[in-house]
Write a protein that binds this ligand. Structure first.
Ligand SMILES: N[C@@H](CCC(=O)N[C@@H](CS)C(=O)NCC(=O)O)C(=O)O
Length: 97
């Protein structure tokens, strides 16, 4: 599976709830996955011209927007948003138990 993130998977961010990309990554790892992390840089709120890295272009193609985090599962399912990725990680783990 591929996890598209902004600049990394660090957890700290000076905002409530921490860092969405880091939260999504650690939820996947805690659920036993080994996501390939694609650092996509840029910033989804900026015009597309500032989001022309390979990662961002792929996220745009998969989801229709440049916003990260986004997950492409081994089954080809696309999930955008940290809360959604965390919920998917928990469900996928529950399904295996
Ligand atoms: N509600 C979204 C917020 C996502 C978000 O704010 N992501 C950060 C990066 S960790 C951001 O700045 N996204 C814009 C971007 O980089 O495209 C979520 O939880 O996934």
């Amino acid at each position: 599976m591929k996890l598209y993130v902004c600049y990394g998977t660090f957890r700290f961010a000076p905002r409530p709830g921490g860092h969405p990309c880091g939260n999504a990554y650690h939820a996947l790892v805690e659920a036993g996955h080994e996501p390939e992390v694609i650092r996509s840089y840029g910033w989804g709120a900026l015009p597309e011209v500032f989001n022309q890295t390979p990662g961002r272009r792929e996220v745009k193609r998969l989801t229709g927007s440049c916003w990260v985090p986004a997950l492409l599962t081994d089954e080809g399912e696309v999930i955008q948003g940290s809360e959604e990725i965390i919920a998917w990680a928990k469900n996928a783990t529950a399904a295996r138990v």
